[in-house]
Design a protein around this ligand. Sequence first.
Ligand code: ZN
Length: 298
Amino acid sequence: MRIANLKNRLTVVIDGEAVDVHTASGGRFGPDPQSVYDDWEAFMDWTHTADFSSSSSFDVGGLGSPAPRPRQIFAIGLNYVNHAKESGLPVPSVPMVFTKFASSITGPSGTIELSSDSVDWEVELVAVIGAEARNVSEADAWKHVAGLTVGQDISDRAVQLEGTSPQFSLGKSFEKYAPMGPWLVTVDEFENPDDLRVSCLKGKESVQDSRTSDLVFSVPQLVSYLSKVVTLFPGDVIFTGTPEGVGLGRSPQIYLVEGDTLTTTIEGIGSMTHQFVSPVKMELPAREHSEGILESHV
Ligand code: ZN
């Protein structure tokens, strides 16, 4: 099952066509895409008998993040051996966890403003929680995952690495630096959800191409580990880390520039495409005689 956010409405995508869940369920499920995770088991039960005959074609430009307002976002650093190597850092002995603040979430297409001249790409498999998880074992962890989607952990390296202690959470949380989509694919759709090809193109150039079987800490290990510290709530999001091939790890380093396009793809899920633009330079308004008053208030 493919679960989408189409123009902020909970949508099921079947054979490339969209079904509005609120309408098709006669109001049983609300239109808010985030709310489905709080009622996940009932929703999945409903999909097994639901009438999807009202499906219609749709514009993929209308797709948003399949988890637009998670209570928590977890992100994992250095979770592929070769990415740790290219970063010049040891492979972590326990998951290295940070957050991307929820205000950085965006959908699977559109433009993203560059915050500096050191903005980097990171294709990542993203897991969305479907059932509250507290102290779960690795063996039970997949049962707590609603599905998987494609993520980009866009990273401003200048902000991330500024100061004596790195600022991962801030450097990766500029507006639209957490794209997700094009939809959530439920775990049952994958032959092996622990072995998916993840890749990223910058323009036509392949910059990342790896498999999630190379994750240092797999999705079940991450869910289990995190759930021993915090409660994972339905709709929470885990960015599982990026493989080698980021701009930071190159010699010379390469970063995104205005006009670049990133295509981010995961096998069995789909692709996202984003264009990068320079920030709009605002002309400062002409100051009037109240200058002294304004300054005394700042
Ligand atoms: Zn990352």
